[in-house]
Design a protein around this ligand. Structure first.
Ligand SMILES: Nc1nc2c(ncn2[C@@H]2O[C@H](COP(=O)(O)OP(=O)(O)OP(=O)(O)O)[C@@H](O)[C@H]2O)c(=O)[nH]1
Ligand SMILES: [Mg+2]
Length: 581
């Protein structure tokens, strides 16, 4: 299969009649058409039975054998057969040949079938070849009465009145080619040589006042503005013609070869791709869909309406195209996005690429997407999908961060075990926090919420940090007081125990508030003083600890030995200690 088309080795049946007499479309044949993305040039042949129609189609295919020929009087072709080949002259196009059951067969029970065959050939083709024998005379034109019944079998537009119909038909009908076989006459009129086209036009001339005579001619003239005629001589001798498919060009009459070549040249060079509406070439897959719709209408007793079929075909085609594009987008995003992405850009870059390809898929499949309505709808759907993916990216990032935080900051949980409940514990805590934070930042796979999740986590730690800090401060305070007490005790111990002259006022004593200028208000010394006075019934006893300390502080420098009873010293230390507790 070359790109966008299907090359069939032989024809297949497209439409047949079932046992009940209903026309049926064969899904296998539609499936072939649905594989064709290329525009299709569709040539259908119709005409009385046993007139060499199938042979002519094989000529167009450039093959001796293909559509089955019959050598006897019995009609051969039944229903409509289809053969898709690569167009020999139009690159990128597929040529679809439709060979139809002969009209007017005696075997036919329902003559209306002829009308349906004729109408379907008109509806599906871009060139309708009407094939008949010998001459275009009144009988031949009367035989073509199917054209007069087209209004009963085809609607182009639902609203069109009878008069509008011919205008509508004119716009959308195929070009009309009359092939006259076994033509043995001279193409001359009133002694003048005329062309085959002129021959046809002469035969279609209207005669005033002769309605019955004029009706088929009027229909042909009105519905088929592009008309051509080709005449063919007898192809070979009577005997040879019984097995024409076995004949090579040497066996055929040279003029017949020429006639056939002229016809094939015209069809292959001039017949345009099937269009359904101005500006819209129809790809093969749409032809299949259209044929199905026409058959549906016929089998449900309705008249096939081109516009209806096209509108509903466009609707289903475009909604399928949207579904295909969305499916592609979802599958590709699922394949390419690994949650969480490190950055938002990483995700939006993938989205951009996949979206573009999804839209291309839609464009390749769409049909008549007027004002790009479906394409805009597709873009909105893709945006909704993308938003959901972004949301998932956030959720996945938060989840990943949470688990990374849990792992890295785990040692901080030792707070409960009192790890930081020591002097300098806060500093240690801060150092650990800093270290874990750096470690967290180096971790991969956090996604787009890495910093935000960290900030939130660190905020939850703030009160913990504060608690550690204040515990640390209070522990340090206690230790400091302990040190002061130790200093005072040492000083006092030295003074009392050694009974030595105190050369300088010990700083500890002055620190207590026993100064040279008296007892400092609110100081430890003041407290001791009042406690000693209360104990002694209003005055500080001479020689008491307080009195001794006071005298040390007062003299500033002690010149005589000062003895402090060890019990008194102990009392002073006890007092000071109780103030710090
Ligand atoms: N006299 C004559 N016979 C022809 C011509 N072309 C083909 N035949 C012969 O006519 C017979 C019928 O040919 P087909 O091509 O099967 O004719 P048909 O119109 O497709 O026949 P149905 O499918 O039965 O309607 C065959 O034996 C052909 O060999 C022709 O130009 N003139
Ligand atoms: Mg045939």
């Amino acid at each position: 299969m070359s790109s966008g088309t299907v090359i069939m080795a032989e024809p297949v049946c497209l439409i047949k009649k079932d046992k009940g007499g209903n026309l049926l479309i064969l899904p296998q044949a539609v499936a072939i058409l649905k594989k064709i993305d290329q525009p299709v040039v569709v040539v259908a042949v119709v005409g009385p039975y046993r007139t060499g129609k199938s042979y002519l189609m094989n000529k167009l295919a450039g093959k001796r054998k293909g559509f089955a020929l019959g050598a006897c009087i019995q009609p051969k072709t039944k229903g409509i057969w289809m053969w898709c080949i690569s167009h020999p002259r139009k690159a990128g196009h597929t040529l679809v040949l439709l060979d139809t059951e002969g009209l007017g067969s005696m075997e036919r029970e329902d003559t209306n079938d002829d009308n349906w065959i004729f109408s379907l050939a008109v509806l599906l083709s871009s060139a309708l070849v009407y094939n008949s024998m010998r001459t275009i005379d009144s009988v031949a034109i009367q035989q073509l009465h199917y054209v007069t019944e087209l209004t009963e079998h085809i609607k182009v537009n639902l609203q069109a009145s009878d008069e509008d119909k011919s205008t509508e038909f004119k716009r959308f009908f195929p070009s009309f080619v009359w092939t006259v076989r076994d033509f043995t006459l001279e193409l001359e009129y009133d002694g003048e040589e005329i062309t085959a086209d002129q021959y046809l036009e002469n035969a279609l001339e209207l005669k005033p006042g002769r309605d019955v005579y004029n009706l088929p001619r009027k229909c042909l003239l009105n519905y088929f503005p592009t008309r051509k005629c080709f005449v063919f001589g007898r192809p070979a001798s009577e005997k040879k013609m019984k097995h024409m498919e076995d004949l090579s060009d040497e066996d055929l009459k040279p003029y017949f070869i020429q006639d056939a070549k002229r016809f094939c040249d015209y069809i292959l060079s001039e017949v345009k791709a099937k269009t359904i509406k101005e500006g819209y070439n129809m790809p093969g897959r749409m032809l299949g869909g259209l044929a199905e719709m026409y058959l549906d209408a016929i089998s449900s007793g309705q008249i096939p309406c081109q516009e209806n079929a096209v509108v509903s075909l466009a609707r289903t085609t475009n909604s399928n195209a949207v579904a295909e594009a969305v499916k592609f987008y979802k599958e590709n995003m699922a394949e390419r996005v690994f949650f969480p992405t490190e950055t938002e850009k990483e995700l939006s870059d993938i989205h951009g690429e996949v979206e573009e390809r999804a839209v291309d898929i839609f464009i390749g499949l769409r049909f008549m997407d007027e004002d790009q309505k479906c394409q805009i709808g597709l873009k909105n759907l893709l945006q909704t999908e993308y938003t959901a993916i972004c949301d998932k990216n956030v959720v996945e990032s938060k989840k990943a961060c949470e688990s990374i935080i849990k792992r890295i900051f785990k040692p901080l949980e030792d707070i409960a075990s009192g790890k930081y409940k020591s002097v300098g514990g806060h500093q240690q805590y801060c150092d650990d926090l800093k270290r874990f934070t750096s470690q967290y930042r180096l971790e991969k796979g956090k996604g787009i919420k890495g910093e935000e999740s960290l900030d939130k986590y660190l905020a939850t730690l703030e009160p913990v940090g504060e608690a550690i800090k204040s515990a640390d401060q209070s522990l340090s305070g206690t230790q400091r007081k302990g040190k002061i007490l130790t200093g005072v005790a040492t000083t006092l111990g030295v003074v009392a125990g050694a009974g030595l002259a105190v050369v300088a006022v010990p700083a500890a004593v002055v620190g207590l508030g026993f100064t040279a200028t008296g007892i400092a208000a609110g100081s430890t010394a003041a407290g001791m003083m009042s406690a000693a006075a209360i104990a002694n019934g209003g005055a500080v006893a001479a020689g008491s600890t307080v009195a001794v300390l006071q005298s040390i502080g007062a003299v500033g420098a002690v010149s005589t030995a000062t003895t402090v009873a060890s019990s008194a010293v102990g009392g002073a230390i006890g007092y000071i200690g109780s103030r710090f507790a």
